[in-house]
Design a protein around this ligand. Sequence first.
Ligand code: ZN
Length: 354
Amino acid sequence: MRRDIVEIKAKSVSGFVHKAELAVLAEKGYVVEAKMTIYDYALQYLKDFPPADAAYHNYKETTELLNTLAANNPETASLFSAGKTVEGRDIWCLRLNTTEKGGKPSSKPGALYIGNHHAREHLSNEVALGLAAYLLEHKNDADIKKYLQTLDIYIIPMLNADGAEYDIKTGKYRWHRKNTRINADKTIGVDLNRNYDMRWCTAGASHSPYSDTYCGTAPFSEPETLAVKKFIEARKNIKTLMSYHSYSDLLLYPWAGLDTPLENEKDRKVFEKLAKGMVAFTGYKPEQASDLYVATGDTTDWAYATAGIFAFTTELEGGGFYPGTGIIARAVTNNVKAAVYLLSVTDDPYKVLR
Ligand SMILES: [Zn+2]
């Protein structure tokens, strides 16, 4: 029999034994106060990216970085929770605005950047975090300074924090896409980018809970999408939105849920111009989202249809969900440039037509 004793206290010991040994110990008069499998024991300590991908930020590291950015830049940045996930994690939002902080409304034109709707798309969190860090590092550059003073900028890097943690918590990637809602049939997760209330679950989405594109039991059934809904409804000043996903080297704009072009020709031209302006920095292909595939209930269709927001989806580069750490710097650098371009038009997106 093998026993690995980890700790000896006055009246107890803890350690590892084979489960057959528990009976032997009981015969000898020992009492087992508590036990767990070695797998569960290991899980408590893993919950992180594989060592080779340690540069990626898990939820705790994301939270710490956002707190540090806010603490180091109190005149510009503030951090607040935009809501709670299914498992009760805070959905952190970093706000960059030189006059208003936290949840206070602002009449300045607003821009919203969201990462990690989909759990395994960890690069999208890195790009959003990289954008936050860049804007604060360069807060005294003339152009950035102007945006920080005249705009109301919000960055939610990790919307689906539960899913992102679930994806890494065994120390091996699980290829998890959805949130961690336990469905009626015990399957896990709703596709947050199919859960918005725009042509909900009519195409490119599934009513089957086991599906990777499960749309949920109703529009905005999930606390994560509901948080975005409430966020946007409470902030009528938001003019532009970028939702980061990976991967495909694409820049997408509405409609996602219809395979016909946007009916409003003026707005369609604005979308096309802005897309062109952004892909000049990323090299991604700009197209109407439904050119990739028709998918209803996504963020951008809802934000545009409901609030008139010029809302885009970036499908980042990398050729896979787990492209390694070598890609982070370039993806951040180029997408930050595109994001700053979007800031340059957020005061009045229609100006690109003039
Ligand atoms: Zn995605």
